[in-house]
Design a protein around this ligand. Structure first.
Ligand code: URA
Length: 274
């Protein structure tokens, strides 16, 4: 329970973030309900607009950015990279993602960990600390992720990256267009690193990687197959709750822990000699 002295605004923000992470991005029913006429509630004071603003990424305007052109350019550059270091250089030189010129103070944030690791964790996008240090998941959420990976015995068996490589302004969720532009690089990273499994941290990662519309609370803990754009690669992928969400909602940690155990068990089973 939150402390009684915690300001109402903090509690509201936390609740909004909880719903946003859970995939609830609108407060609408299919049919309108006239609750005022029903005499059950006082007239609403429009908090819905605040929820929509907190949860929804900015709209993608046609031609802004040129998504298909940028995707084609990213795909061509990614295809030329024949190892992860070359891929990092290609991403750093790529100007097609608007995030590079919006949220990022400095550098492209691509990956950390073992390039030969059997597990690839894919988060949403770099935050402020990641932007500063040039490595994914090195802020508070990353520290929690590291503690969870360590507890599961996965510390040296992981490569960590994100769906986008530049910090979205204000740490907002990356848009589907930004994720689509970066996707050829993510896909190339998977093709080069050849992980046995993917752990998709958070709704924005799970939805983009699996091309699903469901919220993370429904996707998490279920195995899916991630498929490359041309269908030639298929890798088991497990969505889980984002560590930043767990920092706000510690009670949800047991569900993320359960996901990590399912994943570790499957990884260990695969690694065991027959
Ligand atoms: N959140 C993410 O999704 N990725 C990071 O690298 C850091 C925070």
């Amino acid at each position: 329970m939150p402390a009684a002295s915690e300001p109402a605004s903090r509690l509201s923000e936390s609740l909004l973030a909880f719903w946003a992470d859970a995939g609830v991005d609108a407060m609408l029913l299919d049919e309108p309900v006239d609750r005022i006429a029903a005499g059950k509630v006082a007239p609403p004071r429009a908090p819905e607009r605040k929820i929509a603003a907190a949860a929804a990424p900015p709209p993608v305007r046609p031609g802004q950015p040129d998504v298909s052109g940028a995707v084609a350019q990213a795909r061509a550059l990614a295809a030329e990279a024949d190892n992860l270091e070359a891929l990092v250089a290609a991403i750093a030189a790529f100007d097609g993602c608007p995030l590079k010129f919006e949220g990022a103070a400095s550098q492209a944030v691509v990956y950390r960990g073992d390039p030969k690791a059997p597990l690839m964790v894919i988060g949403e996008g770099p935050g402020q600390e990641e932007d500063r240090q040039g490595q994914p998941f090195v802020g508070r959420a990353g520290q929690l992720l590291d503690r969870m990976l360590a507890a599961a015995g996965l510390t040296d068996r992981v490569l960590i990256t994100n769906t986008v490589f530049w910090r979205p302004p204000g740490n907002r969720t990356p848009t589907p267009a930004e994720q689509a532009i970066c996707a050829p690089f993510v896909e190339r990273a998977i093709a080069l690193a050849k992980p046995k499994m993917l752990l998709l941290a958070g709704g924005a990662s799970a939805k983009a990687m699996l091309k699903k519309d469901e919220g993370i609370l429904s996707l998490r803990g279920r195995w899916f197959e991630w498929r490359s754009n041309d269908g030639s690669l298929g890798i088991p992928a497990l969505p889980t709750l984002h560590p930043a969400f767990l920092l706000r909602q510690p009670a949800a940690k047991k569900r993320a822990w359960a996901d990590l155990l399912i994943l570790t068990e499957r990884l260990d089973r695969q690694d065991r000699p027959a």
